[in-house]
Write a protein that binds this ligand. Structure first.
Ligand SMILES: Nc1ncnc2c1ncn2[C@@H]1O[C@H](COP(=O)(O)OP(=O)(O)OP(=O)(O)O)[C@@H](O)[C@H]1O
Ligand SMILES: [Zn+2]
Length: 842
């Protein structure tokens, strides 16, 4: 009898031991060799049954607890590889999160295969009188006619108060039985018909005056060189196939595209197939989420010197194997993507697979096109925009080893790739890599941990690495690679600061100062594209009562509402609460409300007024809600069909828009006022990233930055592209008072509907932590308790205690202490959440 170590999907910190009873076969297919590790099982826990994940077999019981039997094996094959188990254990320890819940969070939601139970009428009991004498309910008739019920009908029946008992009795009598079956959602990969040339064919000459002559000539050429006596339709088909072959990764011509070029190819192909000049095959298609074929990017003819230097370090590390972390600091447009592609090729040559993590889905789509152009069908994309069945598809392709390259957002760090050789993290500084609720992990940090555990290469890359990562590189924890120059000797754009403190001279007040205005007008007239950054969405950031000055606030949060003119709403950006824009002041009842401040919508409106003929588009979380529309906007921008793109930080990240020559920042220092020790770092990163969108094509770029604080180092250093100076400055400042990288942080969040309970709990937690660290010799500091900067969200009051410590062990000891004593420390229905290495300070 085998004992199993199982993580249950419940808030329990430890794994549990269960027995695999003899009556349950681990391998119903009769294959005795497959291990249970990585599979899901159903186990009794208290009075219910929950999903468990098998982490180890043949374990030894501690003898402390009574060991129970597992109820069922849910999967016929593992759903995650053994190599991930160490990562799950690490995450559970590090983030102080129950291990079963870690695994549940790692597996795609609603992932199949899953087990379902169906009620069946036992064959030999078809004539059972007791059963036949039951009332003519729909379920009974179905059972009698079809022999079984669907999983949904079974579930409903077993939950019904009226029939539950009866069903159970009939199961006991052996008339009915419950059958477990494993299903997967029926979505298949998309396939298309392709044709392949079976013969070498000469290159057609194209410098003939008209088309029909080209085809005639090609027909004669094929006859002369290869002795093929072809009909004109056949020669014409071959001519187009030859063209498509060159554009494709694997030398095939998709039927759909061929017919679009030449309708007569349908007939031509039939004849050519008969003559065995062409064969037909089915191929998996990779479509962009827009349903279109992905753009094709040819490989560059040669690498830049800096790319060569970087790869001369990365490739041997991949070939030799072993844990090697790299930090690639490459300025915007230096060709980092090509480095990822070459490194990937090196890993594939070793028979290894590759994982690419990006902070944002839009970037994943862009990278996907590059990777598919180079590696074809070996690439899958894992992201939250997929339906459950699509995600299952991608997941199983990775699990089976069919897909060698997985690209995805942070959760793709759990991709079930077996033979990893390389993990790439693009835009490694980006806050989007951190999950901000439930299991609060950082995808970049997990990439490093996974690489270390599996002994492989990890490549963190950014034009503006996080100060912490760069510090790690300076200390020798990571190997630093630098690319200081743009591809093709393009220069970084010239940046001009515009001081917003200087009075606007005369005329209408505008969000754009004359210099930026003029540049925008000239750029538009010259037929070039511009990008405008304003890191706030909505029309205005606040709405104030003109009579008493009170801002309109959310009903459930301590947050002022933002005016969204396009939907005529005042909207809470924290909980989504909204009221019509024509509302009354809560405090005095006046209807005179005035918008103050500005956001993307207002900037868009003003631009459109300023340049009525320009095609202006907006990119922010509001317009990005519709994923298709969002990707469409990016595509139009790349294709030059938008003149001015306005947006939040979304426009700043990693996009390659070759036509953009002008970038404007409406208000650069808004982020400096946020209570976050990284406010300057983040401001610098945002400006540098958006600056990097200019001048990536043939024409050089220029950038105008409007700011109230032109002398602030985050802004003046961004003007001169001085990343290393910024790091020096930040490291100096973070020594005292101490902040990461010199200390580690954990934020303890306490939330609840009763303000008093929350405050009391926070105080007790802070006091308990203080008492616990009294004796400690190394540096530790407990800050708070204090209300969070946004101290009420969705009816919940929020307080926090922040702990800084020089040693991670002390932090961990305090976290464990708080969790273990939660019952005594926390009042009423308050919730406590630990956020290690917090990213969001609000
Ligand atoms: N060796 C090369 N020769 C010619 N073109 C190249 C080469 N390497 C990269 N490129 C091209 O240079 C452009 C910029 O490269 P890429 O988008 O990778 O920049 P990046 O370093 O990722 O910048 P960012 O940080 O802004 O995302 C792309 O169009 C890419 O195809
Ligand atoms: Zn709200």
């Amino acid at each position: 009898m085998m004992l199993l170590e199982i993580a249950v999907a419940a808030p329990i910190d430890q794994t549990l031991t269960y027995r695999l009873p003899v009556k349950i076969s681990a391998n119903p297919d009769g294959d005795g060799t497959i291990s249970l590790i990585g599979r899901r099982v159903l186990v009794p826990l208290g009075g219910r049954k929950v999903t468990g994940y098998v982490l180890a077999e043949d374990v030894v019981a501690s003898g402390e607890f009574k060991i129970r039997d597992i109820a069922e094996v849910l999967d016929v094959k593992p759903v995650f590889p053994c190599s991930l188990i160490a990562l799950f254990r690490w995450i559970s320890n590090y983030y102080h999160y129950p291990i079963g819940e870690v695994i549940r969070a790692a597996l795609p939601a609603g992932m199949s295969p899953r087990s379902v139970r169906c009620l069946e009428l036992v064959d030999s009991a078809r004539e059972d009188e007791r059963f036949l004498s039951l009332p003519d309910e729909k379920w009974r008739i179905t059972l009698q006619e079809k022999g079984s019920l669907s999983a949904a009908a079974t579930k409903e029946l077993l939950a019904s108060k009226v029939w539950k008992k009866t069903i159970q009795q009939f199961i006991k009598l052996g008339v009915l039985r419950l059958c477990e079956s494993v299903t997967s959602d029926g979505v298949k990969e998309k396939m298309e018909v392709c044709y392949r040339l079976q013969h070498w064919l000469p290159q057609p000459s194209v410098d003939l005056p008209d088309e029909s002559e080209i085809f005639q000539h090609y027909r004669r050429q094929l006859d002369a060189e290869l002795g093929l006596e072809l009909k004109l339709s056949e020669a014409k088909t071959l001519y187009y196939m030859k063209g498509l072959e060159e554009k494709s990764v694997d030398g095939t011509s998709p039927r759909k595209e061929l017919l679009e070029l030449y309708a007569g190819a349908a007939k031509g192909i039939c004849d050519l197939k008969e003559k065995r000049l062409v064969t037909e095959q089915k191929k998996r298609v990779f479509r962009s989420p827009l349903g279109e074929r992905l753009e094709f990017f040819p490989a560059p003819t040669e690498l830049t010197d800096e790319q060569n230097v970087a790869l001369a370090e990365i490739v041997p590390a991949i070939e030799q194997g072993g844990y090697t972390p790299f930090l690639l600091h490459g300025v915007t447009g230096s060709g980092k993507t090509e480095v990822y592609l070459q490194a990937t090729a090196a890993a594939l040559r070793q028979g290894k697979s590759v994982l690419v993590i990006v902070p944002e889905i839009a970037l994943a789509t862009q990278l996907e096109a590059h990777f598919v152009s180079r590696f074809g069908e070996q690439v899958v994309l894992l992201h939250s925009g997929l339906s459950a069945s699509e995600r299952f598809d991608q997941w199983s392709l990775a699990m089976s080893g069919e897909a060698k390259i997985v690209i995805g957002a942070r959760s793709a760090i759990f991709a079930p790739l077996n033979d990893l050789g390389l993990i790439v993290v693009d835009e490694e500084h980006d806050a989007g890599l951190k999950q901000d609720d439930s299991l609060r992990y950082n995808g970049r940090d997990l990439a490093v941990v996974r690489a270390k555990q599996q002994g492989i290469v990890v490549l963190l890359a950014s034009a503006t690495p996080s100060v912490v990562s760069y510090h790690n590189a300076l200390c020798g924890k990571y190997r630093l690679l630098t690319m200081d120059n743009r591809v093709g000797n393009r220069s970084l754009p010239k940046v001009t600061l515009i001081d917003l403190r200087k009075q606007q001279s005369s005329g209408k007040r505008s969000l754009f100062r004359p210099q930026l205005r003029k540049a925008l007008e000239e750029n538009f007239i010259a037929g070039r594209q511009s990008v405008i950054l304003i890191n706030r969405r909505g029309f205005s950031s606040n709405v104030l009562c003109q009579e008493c000055g009170t801002p309109v606030q959310c009903r459930d949060c301590h947050v002022t509402l933002t005016l969204h003119r396009s939907t005529q709403q005042l909207l809470c950006h924290y909980c989504g609460y909204s009221v019509h824009e024509k509302t009354v002041c809560e405090s005095c009842g006046s209807m005179q409300l005035v918008p103050v401040g500005f956001g993307t919508e207002r900037v868009e409106t003003e631009l459109q007024e300023m340049l009525p003929l320009a095609r202006v588009a907006r990119l922010d979380t509001d317009t990005a809600k519709d994923r298709k529309a969002f990707l469409q906007t990016l595509k139009l921008m790349r294709g030059g069909e938008i003149d001015i793109l306005v947006g939040t930080q979304m426009v700043a990240k990693g996009h390659h828009f070759p036509g953009v020559t002008l970038v404007g920042v409406v208000w650069a220092d808004g982020g400096l006022a946020i209570p976050d020790y990284r406010a300057a770092e983040k401001t610098f990163q945002l400006i540098t990233q958006v600056t990097g969108r200019a001048g990536r094509g043939d024409s050089p770029g220029e950038v105008y930055i409007q700011t109230m604080r032109p002398e602030h180092y985050a802004i003046s250093l961004a003007r001169t592209h001085s990343y290393r100076h910024l790091v020096e400055k930040e490291l100096e400042l973070r020594k005292n008072p101490a902040f990461p990288p010199f200390v580690r942080l954990v934020a303890i969040h306490i939330q609840g509907e009763s303000e008093q309970d929350v405050e009391r709990s926070a105080s007790r937690i802070a006091a308990a932590c203080r008492a616990a660290v009294k004796e400690k010799k190394s540096f530790v500091e407990i800050l708070g308790p204090a209300p969070s900067p946004i101290d009420r969200v969705k009816k919940n009051y929020r307080w926090q205690v922040m702990i800084k410590a020089a040693s991670i062990e002390i932090l961990d000891a305090l976290c464990s202490y708080v969790r273990q004593n939660q019952q005594e420390l926390v009042s009423g229905r308050c919730k406590v959440m630990l956020d290690k290495d917090p990213e969001n300070m609000m």
